[in-house]
Design a protein around this ligand. Sequence first.
Ligand SMILES: *[C@@H]1O[C@H](CO)[C@@H](O)[C@H](O)[C@H]1NC(C)=O
Ligand SMILES: *[C@@H]1O[C@H](CO)[C@@H](O)[C@H](O)[C@H]1NC(C)=O
Ligand SMILES: *[C@@H]1O[C@H](CO)[C@@H](O)[C@H](O)[C@H]1NC(C)=O
Length: 572
Amino acid sequence: MAAPRLALLALLAATACAVSPVDDLLWWQTSVIYQIYPRSFKDSDGDGVGDIKGITSKLWYVKNLGVGAIWLSPIYKSPMVDMGYDISDFYDIDPLFGTMDDFKELLEEAHNMDLKVVMDFVVSYTSDQVPWFNKSVHREDGFDDWYVWARGERNESAEHGYNYPSNWLSAFNGPGWEWNDVRQEFYFHSFTKEQPDLNYRSQGVIDEMDRVLKFWFDLGVDGFRVDAVPQMAEDACFRNEEPAGNDLPPYDYEYLTHKYTQHQPETYATIKHWRELTDQYDNPPRVLMLETYGPIDEVVDYYGTTEHPGGHFPFNFYFITELKNTSSAQDLDRIVHKWMDNIKAIDWPNWVLGNHDQRRVATRFGPQLADAMNMLSLLLPGTAITFMGEELAMEDHLGITWEETQDPWAINAGPDEYMVYSRDPERTPFQWDNTVSAGFSTNPKTWLPVNPNYEWLNAENQLHLRITHVLVYQNLVRLRQLDAFRRGSLTTAVVGDVFAFSRVYGDEAYVVAINLGGTKETVDLSALSPLPNLVVSVSSINSFAQYATFPADAVVLQPYGALALRSYDTTS
Ligand SMILES: *[C@@H]1O[C@H](CO)[C@@H](O)[C@H](O)[C@H]1NC(C)=O
Ligand SMILES: *[C@@H]1O[C@H](CO)[C@@H](O)[C@H](O)[C@H]1NC(C)=O
Ligand SMILES: *[C@@H]1O[C@H](CO)[C@@H](O)[C@H](O)[C@H]1NC(C)=O
């Protein structure tokens, strides 16, 4: 972080972006969406793995946070090669998580509590155990083209008598092609070889996935988070990818560019088609949110056009991929504008800080910035998505051993390198209290070990102490219900190590300030505040500033402190 700076009363270079006025906001625009990783939320039957009944039993906690929707990572029937992202029956629940009746009960209970339920829609590939794959292997009528089948040139010295059709890699590293002896062809897999990619040039596939969507919508599911969208389709001519020009090993996915295996025209077309289908369900309206890592131009294209809308929003992952522990306030400002300045006026913004694939916020930025990061995602314009546990500033469990490792990406990497790729550290059980297995399970042995810091870092502790991350989180969720945050304009500014922004709607005006530096700062935020004074509405726990008031030109921020302040006039 930049050098310490004191008494900054310099003029702010404020840059504004208009946020479109929206009359009737829909639930997915006003709600915080809370991601639950079902394996690790709550185990109801003592087998050491989280389940649906466990989730239902903890809905009170979710509701108490103030969030409006839960998004469940996959609970469909699966051989669990990739933790349930390898689906073998798109119309059923895996027994590990419970039954269809358990799911219906969860849906009903959630709806009774006015919580929406969003499911994962895994579209890019299936498990190799789904009956469709076997039918395609055997070229059964109507299934022949459901997967991406091909052979390279004839080559007597190649293992299977043919070269790979292309140099494409799996996102889990190594060749993306796997030989099938029955069909005498390779199939492409973006992820593990047990996850063959579906072919979105097949009408059969499109029709089937439509049926899947309708099945769950008809059951009352409120929306979908569409998984691995960029990887849905590949180049029809199997053109080779160019090397990215880095010094990664050639088997590493990022060694190659992905011009021919990501963001293909068929992908955008299919998303628009699903949007049309989704819009047929309007009571209540449903949501399609898209998992879309990529360059900004490709990502914002997933919003589609006014005439042909795409997803309701592609996830904004730039707080994950671009914001670093070492980022300056200027960098943060650039990242916020990267999204806001590249979307159209009708596009609805969103902010994602973490998920089951990424190091936790407190691990990436340090626990001292955990409140600041929640303040960013919850108070910037648009939908906020929270990964379970971020409200507690849960930390990654970096002590997971090779023997305990579950993530196939880490297993692929072997015992020396597994931690470089492992996503297990952020997937450990939720820390409810300081009893056995952190109150997650009655079983002392859980599918991934519990982070040993559960003894003091747990929900029960934080809900009962006075100054804790979860209380800050709840206060922020409450604050964002105001029109200033739902509909207000956004203006940002940088003063030294401080990133600040205002949200203004009519007479309602707020200023949010975040100190990314390790030194106390006094900053002039008067350019952001319509009125001469600021009073603290929500303070990060390291600021100890609840209800403090400041002249707008001299706001005091503690090291790594973050404040949400209301603009007011002492004389009025
Ligand atoms: C796979 O398909 C073949 C031919 O269509 C069929 O004979 C076989 O029973 C199927 N195997 C499974 C496991 O469904
Ligand atoms: C044929 O396969 C072998 C073994 O994989 C490989 O080394 C060689 O380069 C291939 N030849 C051609 C012409 O692609
Ligand atoms: C960077 O992150 C680490 C944790 O990974 C944290 O301990 C450290 O304080 C952070 N540094 C800064 C300057 O925030």
